[in-house]
Structures are given as structure tokens and as C-alpha cells.
Design a protein around this ligand. Structure first.
Ligand code: CTP
Ligand code: MG
Length: 229
């Protein structure tokens, strides 16, 4: 069965504090969104890409790939989960949805391949790229202005959840819908699948697969993109 990339790109990038949504900032000769979409489209296992854009997006129509034959555009929603939900409408039930943040242009192709191989071979609920936590983890008090340590969490089995995240489209659609209905906290696709009772595999990622979030992430992403060329 075919694998369709789903790219939520409807956010405003408030933490980046730029003059435009962060996916439209340029690294080298291309926007972050172009880097991400082209990398996904170039992967041999990915047949097409569905991107969710803000309904009031002013930038995408200026990009040269707006008429790419492998690309479908849908309206994003208020939250990342809703943007993904809207994109999933374009997928057949038996297709695999490979959901990937627009803001992660540095993902490498071999990690995408390993994610696909492992997830398809084991065929549990799905699989995600992730990286083990390196620092000591502290649980803090709820007072965000003046936090103190409540306890040190055991770091042994803690991972950062990255993207891509790969699931069968019909299962993910059901899981997202029921999680959203139940008001569950859905910050990634895996959390919706976990909520629905599926087992999600962790596939070790190159930690260069950062999500561009704050201004300091831009030069870092530029460095990683140059390295991978
Ligand atoms: N996203 C989306 N629809 C939303 C919110 C986010 O498609 N309503 C996308 C973003 O465009 C991004 C990805 O989800 O590619 C990850 O979200 P995040 O890094 O939080 O991006 P923003 O929400 O744009 O940034 P911020 O939280 O700083 O405003
Ligand atoms: Mg956000």
C-alpha cells in the first residue's frame, strides 16, 4: 500500500517572533516549508504529499511548487490536530499517513526509511521517530513564574517524540476524532493512537531532526541542512 505524507503547516509560529509564519522563513535559497515538502516528495516510498495551510495564508502562492502534481492543499484548523484531521480526509483508508511537521526540514531520508520499514514489518498501531532524553529530568511545581523542583524523574525510559509519525490512515482518523471528542490532550498523532489503545513503536532518530521553534533554531537548522547535502 502507498504512503502519503501529511504536513501540518497552518501554524503562525508565535515563538519565532518573525514577520511571517516560520515555515516561510528562508534557509539558503528555499523556505523551510519547501525544504520539508521537497525532502518528503523525493523519498522513494512516498507517493504524494497533503499539506494543510492556513485559510488566510498569503505566502504559499508565491512558491514555485504550488502546482506540483504530487501536492494536495487543504485548509488547516485551529490546532495542529485539526489541521492533520483535515488533511486525512484526502487519504484512502488503507493508505499509510506519514505525518511530518512543516517546521522539521532537517529530517534525514534514511531515518524515514527505517521508520517505514520497522512500522510496516511489525504492524502494531504505528511508529514514530524519537530520541532518548539526555539531560536529567526534573518535575517542577505548578508555579510557572517561580518553579522549584518537586522531584527528579527517572530518565531511563524517557524519549522526545519527533516526527514523522506513521499510522494507517483509517485508524489514525478514528483515533484523532475520538481523542478530540473526548477533549484529550493531543500534541502529536501518537498520543491520539495511545488514547485509542494502540501500541506505538519508537524508532531512534538522528537528533538533528529538530523542530524550528525559536530564533536560535534557525542557524542550527541551516547548519544541519548544509551537512546533509
Ligand atoms: N500547525 C498547524 N495548524 C495549527 C498549528 C500548528 O498545521 N493550528 C503546524 C505548524 O505549522 C508546524 C507544526 O504544526 O509545522 C508544529 O507546530 P508548532 O511548532 O507549534 O508551530 P506553530 O504553532 O506555528 O508555532 P507556535 O506554537 O510557536 O505558535
Ligand atoms: Mg504551536
Amino acid at each position: 500500500t502507498s504512503i502519503v505524507a501529511v504536513v501540518p503547516a497552518a501554524g503562525i509560529g508565535s515563538r519565532m517572533q518573525a514577520d511571517r509564519p516560520k515555515q516561510y522563513l528562508t534557509i539558503g535559497s528555499q523556505t523551510i516549508l519547501e525544504h520539508t515538502l521537497l525532502k518528503l516528495a523525493a523519498h522513494p516510498a512516498i507517493s504524494r504529499v497533503v499539506v494543510a495551510l492556513s485559510p488566510i495564508d498569503q505566502y504559499f502562492s508565491q512558491l514555485s511548487l504550488q502546482n506540483a502534481p504530487w501536492l494536495t492543499i487543504v485548509d488547516g484548523g485551529e490546532s495542529r490536530a485539526e489541521s492533520v484531521n483535515n488533511a486525512l480526509v484526502e487519504l484512502a483508508g488503507n493508505e499509510w499517513a506519514l505525518v511530518h511537521d512543516a517546521a522539521r526540514p532537517c529530517v534525514n531520508s534514511s531515518d524515514i526509511s527505517r521508520l517505514i520499514e520497522r512500522t510496516e514489518a511489525d504492524d502494531f498501531g504505528g511508529g514514530i521517530l524519537a530520541t532518548p532524553v539526555r539531560d536529567t529530568m526534573k518535575r517542577a511545581s505548578a508555579d510557572a513564574a517561580n518553579p522549584v523542583v518537586l522531584k527528579t524523574e527517572k530518565r531511563d525510559n524517557l524519549w522526545h517524540a519527533l516526527t514523522p509519525q506513521l499510522f494507517r490512515a483509517d485508524k489514525l482518523r478514528e483515533a484523532l476524532a475520538s481523542a478530540l471528542r473526548a477533549g484529550a490532550v493531543v500534541t502529536d498523532e501518537a498520543s491520539a493512537m495511545e488514547f485509542a489503545g494502540y501500541t506505538v513503536e519508537l524508532i531512534d532518530s538522528d537528533p538533528a531532526n529538530i523542530k524550528i521553534t525559536r530564533p536560535a533554531d534557525l542557524p542550527l537548522a541551516q547548519f544541519y541542512l548544509q551537512q546533509s547535502r
